[in-house]
Design a protein around this ligand. Sequence first.
Ligand code: AMP
Ligand code: GLY
Length: 425
Amino acid sequence: MNIGLIGGGGREHALCAKIIESRFCKNIFCFPGNAGTSKIAKNIDVNILNFNQLLRYLKFYKIDLVVIGPEEPLVKGLVNFLKKNRIRVFGPDKYASKLEGSKAFMKKLCKDNNIPTAKFKVCTHLRQVEDFLKSGNLPTVVKADGLAAGKGVTVCNTKKQVIKISKEIFRGKFKSSRKIVLEEFLQGEEASYFIIADKNSYRFFGSAQDHKRVKENDKGPNTGGMGAYSPAPIINKKIEKKIINKIVKPTLNALKIRKNPYRGFLYIGLMINKGEPYLIEYNIRMGDPECQVILPRLKSDLVEIILNTTKDKLSKCKIEWKTTKSMTIVLCSKGYPGTYIKSRPIKNLESINLKKNEIIYHAGTKIDKNKIISTGGRVLNITSLGKNFLLIRKNIIRLIKKINWNYGFYRKDIGWRVIKKNENY
Ligand code: AMP
Ligand code: GLY
C-alpha cells in the first residue's frame, strides 16, 4: 500500500524507517519529512496544518493509509478531516486529542476518574491564582492549558514567579489558550510508558526515560528532549500493574463512555514516587526522542499493527520486542532551546560507516543544493542498541565525534540514572 507519514522530526524518521521494513509498504511519502527521510522515502514539501492542500496531495499520490507523527495536526482535527474524506488514518480524533491539547480537560478527566495525579486548580483569573497560593506549597508548577511547543510549563520556587508567569499566560503569551493549570510539585523519578489502543483493546508499546533539561546533571531550561533510553528499568512489573489499573484503564474507559474511544499511540508521562505512579501528562502520539529508542526494539511489523488498529482489530496482532537495550543522544544546534544557529552544512554524515545496531536519525535537517544542512534546534539523533547502557553510550559518543559539524552540542550524561545505579545494567 501507499503510506503517507505526517511530520518531519526525528520521531518521523524513525517511523519512516520502520514502516519501510513492513511487508505492507509499497511506497512511502513524508509530509514534509527531512533530509533523512528523503534518502528512503519521497518528501512532499507541504504545510501539514493546511488540511485541504494536504488532502489534494494524499489523493494525487493515492495514499491508502496516513500515519500522523506530531500533536498539532491531531489536536486540530486532522483525523476527523481525513475520515470525513474517506482516507484511512491512524491517530486519535479531535476530542480524544484533548488529553494533550488541553491540560484542564486532562486534569478534570483524572479527577472524575480517581486517576492519581498532582493536585491542581484551573484558573482564568489572577484572583484564583492568589487563592491557590494561600493554601498550596512551593514549588508550584504553572502550566499553560493549550499546546505550547514544550514551553508551557514552569516550575516556580516563589509566589512572585507564579504570579508573573500566570499574568503572561492570561495576557495571551500562548495563542492556544489563556487558561492556566496550577499544580502541586511532584517528587520522584520521571518515566514514560506507551500503549497503542483501538476501540476494543490496548497493548504495551514500550517504556523509556527522556532527559528534558538542556544541560548535564539535569540543569538549565526544559527542551523537547535531549536523549532517551529504553526500556525504563524503574517500571517494574508491580509498578506496571498500577499504571494499567489506576491510569490506563480508567482513561480508556472514560473516553469510551463518552463515545470517543481512543485510537492511536498514547504516551503516559509519569512521576514514580516510592513505588507509586502519578500521571504528569498525556501525549497523544509517540515521544520524540522516545520513539527513536522504542521502534528499533520492535520486532513485529509496524504497519500491520497500525492497520489493524485503524480497523479496531488490534487484539489480532502479535507485538514482539527485542531484549536488547537502546539509547539515543540528541545533537543540537548551539543556542537551543533559545535562538539557535541554522542552515549549517553537515558535511561527512553519509561517509560514516554504521554497524547493524547503529542508526543516525535526522530531526532538524533538510537537503539544500544536494547538501545536508541543519534547520532545527534538535538536529540529529545518534542511536545505538546493545546489552549495556554504559557501553551503548560510549559507542554513541564515539559516533558523534566522527560527525564533522562544529555548530552543535549534546549531553554526555544521558542514562545517568541507570548507569549510576548499576554499571552493568
Ligand atoms: P508537561 O508538559 O506537563 O509534561 O511538563 C513538562 C515537564 O515539567 C515534565 O516532564 C516534568 O519534568 C515537569 N513537571 C510537570 N508537572 C510537574 C509536577 N506536577 N511536578 C513536578 N514536575 C512537573
Ligand atoms: N520527549 C517528550 C515528548 O515527546 O513530549
